[in-house]
Design a protein around this ligand. Structure first.
Ligand SMILES: Cc1ncc(COP(=O)(O)O)c(C=O)c1O
Length: 375
């Protein structure tokens, strides 16, 4: 039994989620996507062991690291990966940017589905590429893809690349095999390469099964994975780009090295290896705990007029607040609960909020009590 109930003091000045908001001293932060739970003890032990060496020279992940990644992908995702298909980088967003730069030219169109994690847009635009944004269809609290629109927009804009989010943040969809196949088929038909951000892949709920895009699109994609969301080590910054397309991997690696990104730091290697080797029992319990938190949220919001999408994956809950209008500011100033604003995910999502429920149940209960008071 792991302890997800204890409240851990995170009030360090360099902690983004808990940054001070002037005039509020009882803030409950439910915005940034990291958790209020301690990482698995084996991860902490590995980091302490590495830290206690006292020398922090340049590092390079070795075979034991790759074996841990390979074992994890096999056990958790039924996905066979080899060492030469893994490229290490200190972050998924960085990997998205490199992939865009390598796979497209200035003024090429890159497709995303909105709403989506805000930095997708930033990476496309910041790289001098043009955005083709297709809106997901909200079918009774369940995001779905309009495949006809997807295909016609690809043709219209001569789209070169799709940045795909699977599982989906903020909607919590774990895409089905049929959906993935259709996306991959359309992309293949029109020569669109897929960058599949699968940072939330391990956090599937209620029996939903994540399927890596690589198992469907093969050489036509790179998959971006990380242990950071899964094991609450986002501050350590580690990611793996996985693809059977070695040519693309080599080009991304060259782009990374040219701009000074050399794989992972010592702490990233240590933590990832320990997490993927020993973290499974912890993750299984975490998932049950998250499901119970979501069940509680569902029950509490039932008669409030707030319409939540029940996530199939992630610990993030996307909530339609249309009956109240823009709510995030009110929740911050009146309930002292900080949520993510909908506009971070899509320009027309001002009436949505995203709630991070990865916190001890007692904290969630208190947040919900305050939120309901404001409503
Ligand atoms: C879909 C998605 N991709 C990437 C990231 C961030 O990844 P990294 O910290 O490795 O850049 C997040 C963080 O919330 C995310 O939700």
């Amino acid at each position: 039994m792991y302890d997800f109930d204890s409240i851990v003091n995170r009030n360090t000045p360099d902690d983004i989620k808990y940054e001070k908001v002037e005039g509020i001293d009882d803030l409950i932060p439910m915005w940034v996507a990291d958790m209020d739970f301690r990482s698995p003890p084996e991860v902490t032990d590995a980091l302490i062991r590495t830290a206690s060496e006292g020398i922090y020279g340049y590092s390079e992940a070795d075979k034991t690291y790759d074996d841990a990644v390979i074992g994890w992908m096999r056990r958790r995702h039924d996905w066979e990966v080899t060492s030469d298909q893994i490229l290490k980088l200190p972050g998924v967003v960085l990997a998205i940017s490199y992939a865009i730069r390598v796979l497209t030219e200035n003024n090429d169109h890159v497709m995303i589905f909105e709403p989506v994690y805000g930095p997708f847009r930033r990476c496309v635009k910041g790289s001098g590429r043009l955005l083709t944004a297709v809106q997901l269809k909200n079918n009774g609290g369940h995001y779905e893809i309009d495949f006809d629109e997807m295909e016609s927009r690809i043709i219209e804009d001569d789209v070169k690349l799709l940045v795909w989010c699977s599982p989906h943040n903020p909607g919590g969809r774990v895409w089905t095999e049929d959906e993935l196949r259709t996306v991959a088929d359309i992309c293949k038909r029109h020569g669109v390469f897929i960058v599949s951000d699968e940072i939330h892949a391990d956090l599937t709920l209620y029996g939903h099964k994540h399927i890596p895009m690589a198992k469907i699109a093969g050489d036509g994609c790179v998959v971006l994975t990380a242990p950071t969301k899964t094991f609450n080590i986002a501050g350590i910054q580690a990611a793996n780009i996985i693809s059977s397309n070695r040519d693309i991997l080599r080009r991304i690696d060259r782009e990374a090295v040219t701009t000074g990104a050399y794989g992972l730091g010592k702490m990233g290697i240590s933590a990832t290896r320990a997490a993927y080797t020993y973290g499974e029992p912890w993750l299984n319990e975490l998932i049950s705990y998250l499901e119970s938190n979501i069940d509680l949220l569902r029950e509490e919001l039932k008669d409030t007029g707030l319409k939540m999408m029940v996530p199939e994956g992630t610990y993030l809950v996307w909530i339609d607040c249309s009956s109240y209008g823009e709510l995030s500011r009110k929740l911050l100033t009146q309930a002292h609960v900080r949520v993510s604003e909908g506009t971070f995910f899509g320009a027309d999502c001002g009436n949505f909020i995203r709630l991070n429920i990865a916190c001890p149940r007692s904290v969630l209960k208190e947040a919900l009590r305050r939120i309901k008071e404001v409503l």
